[in-house]
Design a protein around this ligand. Structure first.
Ligand code: NAP
Length: 328
């Protein structure tokens, strides 16, 4: 697979990475350990070199799977993980205090079976900890060689600039896809100006953009968090069908699948954008990886933009507004 450089200071990675969360967290039944390890190694064999996890996935156990799977190929891959919630549980509130960041990093290094984290993201901006303090804590870890690159997730423009002034931010990871285009408002131009790479999470709209969710699809598995995403509620899924119809019509023209179009569209937006679709299935992994070979002409991109400008998606991404703050 082609490689992409994540901004001016970020690492070079495969054009498409792998979101590892769904292997055992938030996306329905977990794979057993052996199958999860096999899937990660199959991803590497397909050319994927960027693997995305987080302390809260599991919690903790997702990092363990990633560490086990990638240990034999450690020097050939880029491992990204995230800190920022108290006790690894979003329900407990945010926690980006410098001493907590250090503690979380030491624990993540142990679980990941490695001596350095290639990309360390703050999972969410913590309004109770000044961004320069967060960036300073990560800068110290970079100086010690425990972290190679600093990333932020879902950060706003001001937080990005405040952090970048203390420690170069290499990557911003935020949701971005054909249905969720909020980063186009301002964040994408901010990261472009600062030469920061962009990793797009949920590039398939949590599976919705693949067009494989039918009326009978449910998210009943206890750990399937999609039951809480308003835009995936049955009524909104029906209302959002024009999005799928539009993608499928492009897919037909390009002799590809809807999932591939959703991924290839992101790749075509900017050369420093890297999508990280997640899957628990090897055939879908191969399907998604093949999207790297799809190219769009400017005319095709304009046509897609024209079609999508007439569609207003219904339903928000997340059910709750701000997450609870940690008790300090
Ligand atoms: N920074 C953050 O706050 C944040 C938030 C969310 C996610 N993430 C990261 O982003 C990664 C991906 O996000 P995501 O899981 O939310 O969304 P996604 O990649 O948009 O969608 C994943 C879902 O789509 C399905 N899928 C994948 N390929 C498919 C295909 N070709 N055809 C049909 N269905 C397909 C998967 O089901 P199967 O397993 O059944 O294939 C899975 O349930 C996560 O693993 C995580 O690393 C980060």
């Amino acid at each position: 697979m082609q490689k992409r450089k994540l901004g001016g200071s970020g690492p070079e990675v495969s054009a498409i990475g792998l979101g590892c969360m769904g292997l055992n967290h938030h996306r329905g039944p977990a794979l057993n350990n052996e199958d999860a390890v096999s899937l990660l190694r199959a991803a590497f064999d397909c050319g994927i070199t960027l693997f995305d996890t987080a302390e809260i996935y599991g919690p903790y156990t997702n990092e363990g799977i990633v560490g086990e799977a990638l240990e034999p190929i450690r020097d050939d891959v880029v491992i990204a993980t995230k800190f920022g919630f108290r006790d690894g549980r979003p329900g407990n509130g945010l926690d980006s205090r410098p001493q907590s960041i250090r503690r979380m990093v030491e624990a993540s290094l142990f679980r990941l079976k490695t001596d350095r984290i290639d990309i360390l993201y703050q999972h969410r901006v913590d309004p109770d900890v000044p961004m320069p303090d967060v960036a300073g804590a990560v800068r110290d870890l970079i100086e010690e060689g425990k972290v190679l690159h600093f990333g932020l997730s879902e950060a706003d423009d001001q937080s990005i600039r405040l952090a970048h002034a203390v420690q170069s931010v290499a990557v911003l990871q935020s949701e971005y896809s054909l249905w969720w285009r909020k980063p186009e408002d301002s964040v994408l131009s901010t990261v472009e100006e600062l030469s920061i790479g962009f990793v797009s999470y949920s590039p398939l709209g949590r599976g919705f953009l693949s067009g494989t969710m039918g009326e009978s699809t449910n998210f009943d598995a206890p750990n399937d968090q999609r039951k809480t995403n308003p835009y995936l509620a049955p009524a909104n899924r029906a209302a959002n069908q024009p999005i799928i119809d539009a993608i499928q019509s492009v897919a037909k023209e390009k002799n590809s699948t809807a999932a591939q179009i959703a991924i290839a569209w992101l790749l075509a937006r900017k050369p420093w954008i890297v999508p990280i679709p997640g899957t628990t299935k090897i055939h879908r992994l191969e399907e998604n990886v093949a999207a790297a070979a799809i190219e769009f002409s400017q005319e095709e991109m304009d046509k897609i933009d024209n079609v999508f400008s007439t569609i207003t998606p219904r339903g928000d991404r997340y059910a709750t507004a701000p997450r609870p703050q940690a008790q300090r």
